[in-house]
Design a binder for this molecule. Structure first.
Ligand SMILES: C[S@@+](CC[C@H](N)C(=O)[O-])C[C@H]1O[C@@H](n2cnc3c(N)ncnc32)[C@H](O)[C@@H]1O
Length: 271
């Protein structure tokens, strides 16, 4: 997912989720003067600039970093902030230390990153080395999504039979598991973090239309890689019907709402 311009259309959802989390955790984090904050997997930088700055001390410096050069260029062109810079970083890099220093940051944040990371151990281990003892990592990522119902429905349709096996396995989280809470908590503790918070939370976000959520689904899953272009477009149309028939969006007085479950973690590097 390196299409920064398309992703940017959906950041109102991620910004709303990040804001809800930061309001919830702000007082659970320890704040000092001159914080050096890394927002890893910053994407288009909207959360970095428009949300994080509202909830951290005003003298903090923030680096928004992402594996995608396209995202970093887009963020640089879109935003200008005296205390924020954008740089490329792959949090799975085995050799981060040619460009970055151990203990360089006092806080690491990431929003909607870890569901896309296949090697959580490597990512957490790099995060551990990027901060000092006593410093904290805050992360949030979706762990349960009703959108995951779409793939198995498509897989049962005869026109997609050739791709049924892959379609049946499509999930928004790249490494789906039943035990996200214990898996992540155990892993972080084994790497030398103390857990300040590890909590599931249901997030509700208003969405303007079914088309909107389906376009997002097409962008954040592997559907477009599994199907040829013509079938991909047809599958998006079918996905709309699946969303409506299965009431994946809730109709409220204010419009349509999508509910999903996130995991929020605050992990502190042991002293
Ligand atoms: C779903 S987007 C979230 C963007 C932003 N945090 C937001 O919530 O709007 C995930 C981002 O993580 C980035 N990403 C994926 N793997 C990464 C890695 N190994 N290191 C750094 N960034 C990565 C992607 O390029 C993408 O911009």
């Amino acid at each position: 997912m390196h299409d920064a311009e398309t992703y940017h259309k959906f950041t109102l959802l991620s910004c709303a989720g990040a804001k809800e989390v930061l309001i919830y955790v702000k007082d659970k984090l320890t704040w000092n003067e001159n914080e050096n904050i890394l927002d890893i997997g910053c994407g288009t930088g909207d959360i970095t600039v428009n949300v994080i700055t509202e909830y951290v001390p005003s003298d903090s410096k923030i680096i928004g970093a992402d594996i995608s050069d396209e995202m970093i260029k887009f963020a640089e062109n879109l935003h200008s902030h005296p205390r924020i810079t954008f740089k490329r970083m792959d949090i799975l890099d085995d050799n981060l230390w040619t460009s970055w220093n151990k203990g360089q940051f006092s806080k690491i944040m990431n929003f909607y990153l870890m569901q896309r990371i296949k090697d959580s151990r490597k990512a957490y281990s790099n995060m551990y080395n990027l901060i000092q003892p006593g410093d904290e990592v805050l992360m949030m990522f979706p762990i349960k999504q009703d959108l995951d119902k779409i793939g198995p429905y498509l897989a049962r349709m005869s026109k997609y039979s050739k791709y049924a096996e892959e379609l049946s396995k499509i999930t928004v989280h790249f490494t789906p598991r039943e035990d996200h809470v214990s898996y992540n908590c155990d892993l972080l503790e084994s790497l030398g973090f103390d857990l300040i918070l590890c909590k599931e939370k249901v997030v509700s976000c208003e969405v303007p239309s079914v088309n909107f959520i389906i376009e997002l689904y097409g962008l954040i899953t592997t559907l477009s890689q599994i199907l040829p272009q013509d079938l991909f477009q047809e599958a998006l149309e079918d996905s709309k019907r699946i969303v409506i028939d299965n009431k994946i969006l809730e109709q409220t007085e204010n419009g349509m709402v999508y509910n999903y479950t996130i995991l929020i973690i605050i992990a502190k590097k042991r002293c």
